[in-house]
Design a protein around this ligand. Structure first.
Ligand code: PLP
Ligand code: ZN
Length: 465
């Protein structure tokens, strides 16, 4: 029997599994799985600039609808008729001169994933996961979520799943309103678990294993196949030049893992000659990756990750009952499920990890906003992280840097309005426990009488006429 073109493979022990198997981890050693390919049997583009130009006659025009499936040649795990899409991935890379000045770079690019149908990059991944779900005949899907995974899953279940039923596990009180509203609107069964994201994640894994429900969290390797395309679009936006750095927020570390896989594959296939370096940015309120890498020396080490370091760290968190706590709710995660894959990505790209404060995140977010690119707090960790790395001399002032803005501003308008408009006393009252005490880049609305003269005065005082 010939080897299949696509299969699943454990990142640590190398065990392989059928592409149709529904697994949340390696059956032999419990580690994460990759989608792996026999590239010699794939129909690959001849050069990088041909990527993303899938032949519309092959897949019935789907590649025009989907910014994921137009790169389908680089994720050849599914028959074309199984490919799921809600029109994801029509996102853009934008130069951001004001942000560049703030960060201390000559130029910077922002990859705006808020443009996805459900408002976050998660749609790229769900295109992959729902495609695999269709291949396996799954009819019920579930996820734990800080909000965006659930919004995306619920949208896909409603739009492409037909009779697919969706179950969401959310930490009670731990979700931004924009995201909760989406889950409810799209008709998903939404369970508010007493606990936080890490609790919800542990429970959903147990429930999915016990009830044979299809899990779409980023432990699902097919999610990451979809998210690879974010990097293809960054390269495309740079006219297929390779940036020096890609900076992204780190929560469950699926995105950083997917980016590392995307670049590793392109490199191995000879489609790119140089690897960008990856910078993964935590909030100081959820700094697991940064602490493990920078303080405890945890490394990929060719797959021989020192599990004892990780267990000791989690043991210490439990002993202190320390919970993730950050205004950047999408990265409010202390036990990132893709930790080892992210370590691999850092090793392969010469990457770094950093943690930025919630104050730095909200300041950076205000600058992204001034570019007309509204993002939610977690997304701005990438901009704040780029600034930190420039200040530390890690990123060169002349470097080409792409920051991923992972989610749309309207996901969490509360945080934005508070930062932009509150006086500092009120800001400290409501966001002080996140360490947010000033809003020097705020843009307060101006209260003015319903009076023509006073309105013109107010405009004139601001030098607008
Ligand atoms: C999910 C999410 C993240 C974190 O991504 P990971 O892949 O879990 O590291 C960051 N920002 C936003 C807006 C998200 O929705
Ligand atoms: Zn294994």
């Amino acid at each position: 029997m010939s080897t299949p073109i696509a299969y699943q493979k454990c990142i640590v022990c190398g065990a392989t599994f059928d592409i149709h198997a529904v697994l949340a981890s390696c059956e032999r050693c419990g580690n994460l799985l990759d989608v792996a390919y026999d590239w010699s049997r794939a129909a690959l583009p001849a050069k990088i600039a041909d990527c993303g130009r899938a032949d519309a006659t092959v897949d019935g025009g789907l590649c025009r609808v989907s910014g994921v499936w137009r790169f389908g040649a680089l994720a050849p795990f599914a028959p074309v008729e199984c490919r799921a899409t809600i029109g994801e991935g029509h996102t853009q890379l934008r130069p951001a001169p004001r942000v560049a000045e703030y960060v201390g770079l000559k130029k910077i690019y922002l990859q705006y994933e808020g443009l996805n149908p459900s408002g976050s990059f998660k749609d790229n991944g769900m295109a992959g996961a729902f495609t695999h779900a269709a291949m396996t005949g799954a009819t019920t899907v579930a996820c734990a979520s800080t909000g965006n995974t659930s919004a995306s899953m619920a949208a896909f279940a409603a739009a492409v799943g037909g009779k697919t039923r969706a179950i969401i596990f959310i930490g009670d009180g731990k979700i931004a309103y924009g995201k909760l509203s989406q889950a409810l609107d799209y008709g998903a069964t939404t369970l508010l678990i007493k606990g936080d994201f890490d609790d919800a994640m542990a429970r959903v894994r147990e429930v999915c294993a016990a009830q044979k429900i299809y899990l779409v969290n980023s432990v699902n390797p097919f999610r990451l196949e979809g998210q690879k395309t974010i990097m293809y679009r960054v390269l495309e936006g740079l006219n297929w030049q390779i940036p020096d750095w890609v900076v992204c927020p780190g929560g469950n570390l699926g995105n950083s893992s997917a980016f590392g896989k995307a670049f590793s594959e392109l490199y191995e296939l000879g489609l790119i000659k140089k690897m960008p370096r990856l910078a993964v940015i935590n909030s100081t309120g959820a700094p697991t990756l940064t602490n493990l890498v920078n303080e405890r020396g945890l490394r990929w080490n060719d797959g021989k990750v020192d599990d004892a370091i990780i267990e000791r760290y989690y043991g210490e968190l439990d002993a202190k009952n320390e919970r993730a706590h950050t205004v950047a709710s999408a990265i409010e995660i202390n036990r990132p499920v893709n930790l080892k894959k992210c370590l691999r990505a850092l090793a392969r790209t010469g990457g770094v990890a950093r943690a930025v404060s919630d104050q730095q995140i909200m300041d950076a977010k205000a600058w992204a906003g001034r570019e007309g690119l509204g993002c939610e707090p977690a997304s701005a960790a990438s901009v704040a992280g780029a600034k930190m790395l420039v200040e530390q001399g890690v990123i060169d002032r002349d470097a080409t840097v792409a920051c991923v803005l992972t989610g749309h501003q309207l996901k969490d308008p509360h945080a934005t309005v508070a930062y932009q408009s509150y006086d500092e006393e009120k800001l400290r009252e409501s966001y002080g426990d996140y360490g947010i005490t000033t809003n020097r880049f705020g843009n307060k609305p101006v209260a003015v009488a319903n009076d023509l003269g006073q309105i013109i005065d107010a405009i004139r005082q601001r030098g607008l006429v």
